[in-house]
Design a protein around this ligand. Structure first.
Ligand SMILES: *[C@@H]1O[C@H](CO)[C@@H](O)[C@H](O)[C@H]1NC(C)=O
Ligand SMILES: *[C@@H]1O[C@H](CO)[C@@H](O)[C@H](O)[C@H]1NC(C)=O
Ligand SMILES: *[C@@H]1O[C@H](CO)[C@@H](O)[C@H](O)[C@H]1NC(C)=O
Ligand SMILES: *[C@@H]1O[C@H](CO)[C@@H](O)[C@H](O)[C@H]1NC(C)=O
Ligand SMILES: *[C@@H]1O[C@H](CO)[C@@H](O)[C@H](O)[C@H]1NC(C)=O
Ligand SMILES: *[C@@H]1O[C@H](CO)[C@@H](O)[C@H](O)[C@H]1NC(C)=O
Ligand SMILES: *[C@@H]1O[C@H](CO)[C@@H](O)[C@H](O)[C@H]1NC(C)=O
Ligand SMILES: *[C@@H]1O[C@H](CO)[C@@H](O)[C@H](O)[C@H]1NC(C)=O
Ligand SMILES: *[C@@H]1O[C@H](CO)[C@@H](O)[C@H](O)[C@H]1NC(C)=O
Ligand SMILES: *[C@@H]1O[C@H](CO)[C@@H](O)[C@H](O)[C@H]1NC(C)=O
Ligand SMILES: *[C@@H]1O[C@H](CO)[C@@H](O)[C@H](O)[C@H]1NC(C)=O
Ligand SMILES: *[C@@H]1O[C@H](CO)[C@@H](O)[C@H](O)[C@H]1NC(C)=O
Length: 565
């Protein structure tokens, strides 16, 4: 029994022994081992048994180069317990082994190995594995300085990757600080005499381009803070690792008050304080003003000394740096002179900057805002602008109405204004901003506002109600039933709920008056029985017009012997 078991075990061992095979993990039959630039590269031969003596050999690519043994690794026993360094090693390599693996490291003359075949073999040549070597240039990122790509917020960042082997398919990726690597673009191989195929965008916000050996990645959404600390990588697609990395530093200096490239400086205290945000703690920073002749004044600078910031400013400016990320500048003198100058918030070495054109303004001072509606449903709005200034002469006035939720624009006017000079010899402007608007007859409430820019925001100008007359409507209760001959008729027709009608209906006596008052002096008996018709018209001539009328019959009592009849 025991003998049988032993025999089985021996048999199994023998099968395993004869089926042992070596493999080199860094390459396979079809794919070469890439050695990038002068980077020392290791390869590992697996599948060794500790009883094997093995050796490494290389056949360099030259006219009649022979296979040369470059290292001998003895079996793991006796004087050579594993792991151990191998003997007989050529100076271009370091070779060592464990019980089951042998490592070969290329350390010198790397480029001479291009095209060579490297082989790991059992000493008796019963099992072998080999690999061809392909030495390629390292990809490079020339825009990467000190391993850092500075991304600033004033445009599109581009980074180039050079030395790409034309036969390589390549990719660009971004590795975020949380270690997620996202491929953002891929570019296929590109033979020297062919037009390169377009690169494929893999992720929004990035676009790549490639010619034979150069690829350029553009961040087409500008910078954003989430990229700060991320790594941009240019690499080879497919077999073999060829990659080069650069760390992204986002300098996202911002002037949040700068809108459409322009910032309003108010000459009315409290003066506009201009804030620059997203500074980096380790930066010195400064504020400059550039005038029309391109003369630059350093208005203020804030030095970082061990995270405390000392700001100094020229006369007429004050600067503070409240904390690592924020600095504030105030211009306190001669503000008019800053018109059309360019303000910049910069890193101390000028590398990161954000700029903005300055406009000097005196916010509009408004008087008598009002709205009214006439019987034709035409709304008139009016406001006096008693004092305003904008150095670009762009003073605008906008009227809005709000019916339910959202303000709707009625009119927007660039105002032509009158110039005047105040006691300080400064020019200002004044004028009016009027508006008319036709309303329809649907019942509704309209709230009107007016916005003058430069200014302090919307100003309420009043409310217009549209309310229909109710029905029945007209009354002639002030008109007497009888009147004596010779007396005067003076009465009026009215609407009992006229307060609630808006705009007012026009009430008149037909063929007699334009108003609600009926007057007849010295009544004669001939007028007895005359019928007068009082009418009311609301929204005359418009869709939704409402008319109504009421008749009044005059009875004239005649005097006869002191009696009236
Ligand atoms: C192999 O040699 C290197 C230096 O050549 C040495 O640092 C290492 O310890 C050696 N390893 C063994 C197992 O002897
Ligand atoms: C490696 O390069 C050095 C200097 O270029 C040369 O002296 C040496 O012979 C080279 N070794 C081999 C194995 O080619
Ligand atoms: C193994 O192959 C090498 C190179 O082909 C040869 O030099 C060597 O003699 C062979 N060894 C045996 C045991 O056949
Ligand atoms: C390069 O980067 C390191 C680490 O970020 C920094 O300490 C060093 O000052 C930088 N060198 C230059 C020249 O910018
Ligand atoms: C590829 O682009 C780079 C950068 O734009 C340029 O310097 C180089 O000349 C171009 N090469 C070819 C072959 O067009
Ligand atoms: C910087 O500040 C820290 C704490 O505020 C302090 O411990 C450190 O000594 C300072 N370094 C220098 C060079 O002043
Ligand atoms: C700020 O800097 C100025 C000029 O360099 C210096 O005179 C002043 O003492 C500094 N203030 C502080 C608080 O460090
Ligand atoms: C820096 O100061 C500004 C203004 O006081 C403030 O809004 C901001 O939140 C502060 N930031 C930090 C990081 O403390
Ligand atoms: C004038 O000002 C208005 C409102 O601020 C703005 O919308 C418009 O673009 C400005 N026009 C010009 C020519 O700057
Ligand atoms: C503006 O409206 C006011 C009041 O309705 C009126 O007195 C003035 O003449 C109007 N001005 C212009 C320029 O239309
Ligand atoms: C008003 O005058 C017109 C024509 O002159 C006539 O047709 C109409 O009947 C008159 N209306 C009244 C109420 O007298
Ligand atoms: C006045 O007219 C009314 C009705 O039209 C009539 O009843 C009355 O008799 C008249 N009175 C006189 C004095 O003519």
């Amino acid at each position: 029994m025991t003998v049988l078991l032993l025999a089985v075990v021996l048999l199994l061992c023998d099968i395993q022994e004869s089926s042992a095979s070596y493999t080199i993990t860094e390459c396979n039959e079809d794919e070469p081992l890439y050695i990038v630039g002068n980077q020392p590269t290791s390869i590992t031969c697996k599948g060794l048994r500790q009883t094997h003596n093995m050796y490494w050999s290389i056949t360099e690519l030259c006219g009649d180069c022979k296979e040369t043994r470059v290292g001998l690794c003895a079996a793991c026993r006796g004087s050579s317990p594993c792991p151990h360094n191998c003997s007989d090693v050529n100076a271009d390599y370091i070779i060592s082994r464990t019980k089951t693996e042998s490592m070969l490291r290329f350390v010198d003359n790397l480029t001479a190995k291009d095209g060579a075949t490297v082989k790991c073999s059992r000493l008796n040549n019963q099992t072998q594995a080999s690999c061809t070597v392909n030495v390629i240039k390292a990809y490079q990122l020339p825009d990467c300085n000190n391993n850092t790509l500075e991304v600033v917020d004033n445009g599109k960042t581009m980074i180039g990757c050079t030395n790409i082997d034309p036969s390589h398919d390549m990719y660009w990726s971004i590795i975020y600080p949380d270690d997620v690597e996202k491929t953002v673009a891929e570019c296929d191989s590109c033979l020297p005499d062919d037009a390169c195929p377009d690169c494929t965008r893999k992720y929004d916000g990035y676009v790549a381009d490639r010619n034979v050996s150069v690829s350029i990645l553009q961040f087409d959404s500008g910078s954003d803070n989430s990229k700060d600390g991320a790594t941009v990588r240019c690499g080879k697609l497919g077999w073999g690792t060829v990659e080069v990395d650069c760390k992204i530093q986002v300098f996202n200096y911002r002037l949040p008050q700068c809108r459409s490239g322009q910032l309003d400086l108010s000459e009315v205290p409290p003066w506009t304080s201009i804030v620059c945000e997203d500074l980096r703690y380790d930066h010195n920073m400064k504020w400059t003003v550039t005038d029309k002749h391109n003369d630059v004044i350093e208005a203020a600078s804030c030095l970082n000394k061990n995270k405390t910031y000392n700001c100094t400013a020229k006369d007429g400016f004050t600067a503070t740096r409240e904390n690592e990320s924020t600095s504030e500048l105030k211009i306190t003198k001669n503000i008019r002179e800053q018109a059309d100058n360019t303000l910049a918030c910069l890193r101390g070495d000028n590398a990161a900057a954000v700029k903005c054109l300055l406009r000097v303004v005196h916010p509009g001072e408004l008087e008598n805002p009002s709205v009214s509606i006439d019987g034709h449903f035409t709304v008139s709005g009016h406001v006096d602008i008693s004092k305003v200034f904008a150095s670009d002469s762009n003073v605008t006035c906008q009227w809005y109405y709000t019916q339910r939720d959202h303000p709707q624009l009625v009119s927007s006017t660039k105002l032509g204004l009158l110039l005047f000079t105040d006691n300080n010899d400064l020019h200002y402007q004044r004028g009016v901003c009027n508006m008319t608007m036709q309303l329809n007859t649907s019942e509704s409430v309209y709230v009107f506002t007016v916005v003058v820019q430069p200014g302090h925001g919307p100003v309420s100008a009043g409310t217009v109600n549209i309310r229909k007359p109710g029905y029945p409507q007209l009354q002639t209760s002030t008109c007497p039933k009888y009147l004596a001959e010779g007396s005067d008729l003076n009465c009026s027709c009215h609407h009992p709920a006229s307060q609630q009608v808006s705009p007012a209906a026009s009430i008149y006596w037909e063929n007699r008056t334009d108003t609600a008052v009926l007057e007849v002096a010295h009544l004669s008996r001939e007028l007895n029985g005359t019928e007068y018709v009082c009418s009311s018209v609301w929204a005359k001539g418009l869709t939704g017009e409402i008319r109504s009328s009421v008749a009044y019959t005059l009875l004239v009592a005649c005097e006869y012997n002191g009696w009236y009849y």
